[in-house]
Design a protein around this ligand. Sequence first.
Ligand code: MSP
Length: 505
Amino acid sequence: MSYFITTPIYYVNDVPHIGHAYTTIACDILSRFSKLKGDETYFLTGTDEHGQKVEKAALSNKKDTQDFVDEMSKNFRDLIPYLGCEIDDFIRTTEKRHKISAQFLWNKLKNNDQIYLSNYEGWYSIRDEAFYLESELTKTDKGFLAPSGAPVDWVKEESYFFKLSKWEDELIKYYEKNPDSILPKSRYNEVLSFIKGGLKDLSISRTTFNWGIQVPETEKHVMYVWIDALCNYITALNYPNTENDSFKKYWPGIHVVGKDILRFHAVYWPAFLMAAEIDPPKQIFAHGWWTNEGQKISKSVGNIINPYEIIDTYGLDQIRFFLFREVPFGNDGDFSKSAIAQRVNADLSNNYGNLIQRITSFIIKNSDSKIFKPTNYNEIDTTLIKSFDTTLDSYLKNMKSFQIDKALKNIFDYLSEINAYVDSQAPWSLKNTDNKRMNDVLYIITLMTIKTSILLYPVIPSSIDKALNIYNLTINNLNLINFNNFLPDSILLNKTKPLFPRIEL
Ligand code: MSP
């Protein structure tokens, strides 16, 4: 199987914040999960560098636009390893490969009679880089505002239009045939009812500024930033060459996006693709938004969450874990200090970390750091071992359907079972009475802890590297394909330090 997963490409008008970090980590988790299953995986992210919003930001920073985007794009690229993410490609829309691809797509649409020249007159929001109907706006004393709260301007200019209205029926047909192509379900329903409400042709070029990809053979027009931006997903697979290996292997891909940009991905993008005779995306997953201690995150309130700061305060894996365990993926979530401390302490420090810590120190002290495969198992042992299979089934099902929080819950429920087994079998009380049984119990606990750790790898990879190192293992020799047969004759342990110190508020 092959698996192509993408983040949205981020606008470079400002520095990265928690919203960007969230989507990138989500895709990293899914990509690592897919690699762990042995699928050929390609994880793409990058930066969206054209359009009026970015041009305006460069201007207000008194910088040359190209210099400005070079500098800002680097901030996004540098953040990736800090988030513990491993990407396969980073695309910038100002790259030559992308200009060639976007202009080719434009020509393809033009040749397929999907584009015509006319005049646009209506509302535009630079902050959202989106056109709005007046019926979508709210009238306030500061003027009309977009549903996102962004201000809008009345624009009137010559523009090329894409015949989006022509694709209404095709899109409806496509989505009715592919009910899982947009997730969660509520977002699918939302998109479908938006399309059924009727689609208008879409303005896809601008003439009032220059910072964009030029419309082929028309000096006056630059492409609307969204047609340029969406095209990045296929540029990275070497479009316009659709016969090459990576396009053939990886397209159609899976897009993870915030709920605010679902319409662009689920309506405009598939229509562009169909009109250019390319398959629509395989799946689109829309996630929710984070608030900060109950408040909407915004520059003017001054409560923007800087990813570097929270990682430095709480730890990388603690943050990765919190973001995806605390809130069902797809829902909105609230970032709060007390919620992080509670979640990390209860799950990572107590349930998981303490289990490893107390068992490994016990083995090091009382079994000369080594335990041996049992020769027989009693009923309590087999119950624990079998229960892992049920956990694994649910985990796989949940991960495949983007329900990362549920998959994590499966893991922590199982860790509680291991802890209950530890308490009931009490290896410490066997020390002076039954050394063989003590070894067997310790082996079973260790084996099941190792297997459970593999399931945690996509979410907290660097901690799992450390945990596996205790058992002289690496993620390269143990993964979701071969770990069913993992039953070594003996396990030798290294010394440990606590993996997850408690967070004190
Ligand atoms: N450039 C476009 C995407 C083009 S994709 C072809 C864009 N960029 S963005 O930088 O403004 O936003 C990127 C992502 O950040 C979006 O998916 C958005 O939902 C997400 N978030 C921004 N603020 C957020 C939160 N407070 N919480 C969660 N995600 C949020 O849109």
